[in-house]
Write a protein that binds this ligand. Structure first.
Ligand code: C2O
Length: 540
């Protein structure tokens, strides 16, 4: 294994999309940002220099960060932000992971343009558990706002209303042929292929607020990995990728020539009115195809295609081979039940909604961001930054998915953590609620991979639903879409000391408070403790 050095300079860059220009925050003037390459067991050192007028942090989404929570990145959870003009060296080792992940800013809405791929190759001499592709390509899906995204969210917070949806989706930074008034021509990302070759597409959803379907006209995929965990290969013509999730899929260029449309379109089956933003398009293009050749089109699934989404997620199973076994925890130490959804918070000064404001919450606690990073507060024993009384269960049982739920809509504010015993096994049932309206929530856990042992529609039934849990080969990942008006059950081993964020990866829901944190604690010896904080760790 070796040490990989990267320099990330956070700088502005003028960028034009949809015929309108703005200065965006980038790493090294690249959008999407540079790909970070490493091998399993490598140590990665990334020197981040903040040369813009915003506070910055970078999160290495899905990297386990065993004992190195200082390098995880979420602002005010594991570190204070890197102030303008300052820098911080992220230092972590990649342990027991290989595949595709992503890095992104983890402060306010900066990740809209501050994101890129992490490609972790297997150890030298170790092959993929699937046929070796001829070539590998990174495909990053995103969203583009013509306005500055920091303005979009700040205005929404002032008004108490939902922020504007993006103006377009993007594929590798480009919206494609989306037709915008007075802007007929767009740059289209071209994915070049040669007939007969096989490609490993490393597809990342870096969008802020959209679960996305991904499809290529005339071609199908063989899915081999999600969230840097190998899966049992299966064929499909449509992928579903939630924000923060990654999917590795093999694509065989089995045509002789031609141009084929690639689409990235919204999946949203919540019964709420939302304006559709534009589907992104790109072109798969065979070598030696004449410029005049017409492009073969495809129709994306309807935005509310629940069945297409469910078929995809139900097909995901851990590879569970001898070499890559799925070690699902069988005995459960902590059994938790978290409602995730929107709620109402009393707010005397709010004009919208009769002195209340729409918030989001986990077990009706709307998380309040501290002003000191929680990990420092924990490590240095700084009092009154957080409490450890996060409820492991809702305060009352109600019909979670009824719309609107008659009870338990009111939330409380707090910086509450849930304490997990080091090395204990944890089961969390995540239950969507219809308190305002049911909606899917891609929930991400920092510091761990978890197994997705079950899911269903409606209210989780603790008597019957556990009978159908898959403890043999459930998919292992770091972000899971809680279905609209339904639930998922996850299990993991709390083998990583530190403070670990759990939140909805829809940035708008995180902003509204759909977040909490686990404190994994022990104090029992060097191998079970955090390493000491680095000297250049930013201060609040
Ligand atoms: Cu990808 Cu806490 O985020």
């Amino acid at each position: 294994c070796k040490v990989r050095h990267y320099k990330f300079h956070v700088v502005l860059k003028n960028t034009t999309r949809l015929c309108s220009s703005k200065a965006i925050v980038t790493v090294n003037r690249k959008f999407p940002g540079p790909t970070l390459y490493a091998r399993e067991d490598d140590t990665v050192l990334v020197k981040v220099r903040n040369l813009v007028n915003h506070n910055v942090t970078i999160h290495w989404h899905g990297i386990r960060q065993l004992r190195t929570g200082w390098a995880d990145g979420p602002a005010y959870i594991t570190q204070c932000p890197i102030l303008p003009g300052q820098s911080y060296l992220y230092n972590f080792t990649i342990t027991g992971q290989r595949g595709t992940l992503l890095w992104h800013a983890h402060v306010n809405w900066l990740r809209s343009t501050l994101h890129g791929a992490i490609v972790i190759l297997p150890k030298r001499g170790v092959a993929y558990p699937f046929p070796k592709p001829d070539k590998e390509l990174v495909v990053i899906l995103g969203e583009w706002w013509k306005s500055d995204t920091e303005d979009v969210i700040n205005e929404a917070l002032k008004s108490g209303l939902a922020p504007n949806v993006s103006d377009a989706h993007t594929i590798n930074g480009l919206p494609g042929i989306a037709s915008v008034a007075n802007c007929p021509t767009q740059d289209v990302y071209k994915l070049p292929v040669e007939s007969g070759k096989t490609y490993l597409l490393r597809i990342i959803n870096a969008a802020l607020n959209e679960e996305l379907f991904f499809k290529i006209a005339g071609h199908s995929f063989t899915v081999v990995e999600v969230d840097a965990s190998y899966v049992k290969p299966f064929k499909t013509d449509t992928l579903l990728i939630s924000p923060g999730q990654t999917t590795n899929a093999l694509l065989t260029a089995d045509k002789n020539s031609g141009k084929y449309t690639i689409v990235a379109s919204t999946f949203m089956d919540a019964p709420v009115v939302a304006i559709d933003n534009l589907t992104a398009t790109a072109t798969l293009q065979y070598a030696d195809t004449l410029a005049s050749t017409p492009t073969i089109l495809t129709t994306p699934p309807p935005r509310n295609a629940t069945q297409v989404a469910t078929n995809f997620t139900k097909s995901l199973k851990s590879l569970n081979s001898k070499k890559y076994p799925a070690n699902v925890p069988i005995k459960v130490g902590h059994s938790l039940f978290f409602t995730v959804g929107l709620g109402i918070n009393p707010c005397p000064s709010c004009t919208a909604g009769n002195g209340s404001r729409v918030v989001a919450a986990v077990n009706n606690v709307t998380f309040v961001m501290p002003t000191t990073a929680l990990l420092q507060a924990h490590y240095f024993n700084i009092k009154e930054v957080f409490t450890t009384d996060f409820p492991g269960n809702p305060s009352q049982v109600y019909n979670y998915t009824a719309t609107p739920a008659s009870t338990s809509s009111q939330t409380t504010n707090g910086t509450k953590l849930y304490r997990l015993e080091f090395n204990s096994t944890v089961q969390v049932v995540l239950q969507d609620t219809g308190v305002i309206a049911p909606e899917s929530h891609p929930v991400h856990l920092h510091g761990f991979n978890f197994f997705v042992i079950g899911s269903g529609v409606g209210n989780f039934d603790p008597k019957t639903d556990p009978n159908s849990f898959n403890l043999l080969d459930p998919v292992e990942r770091n972000t899971i879409g809680v279905p609209t008006g339904g639930w998922v059950a996850i299990r993991f081993k709390a083998d990583n000391p530190g403070v670990w964020f759990l939140h909805c990866h829809f940035e708008v829901h995180t902003t509204w408070g759909l977040k909490m944190a686990f404190l994994v604690d022990n104090g029992k010896g060097p191998n079970e403790s955090l390493i000491p904080p680095p000297k250049d760790l930013p201060k609040c």
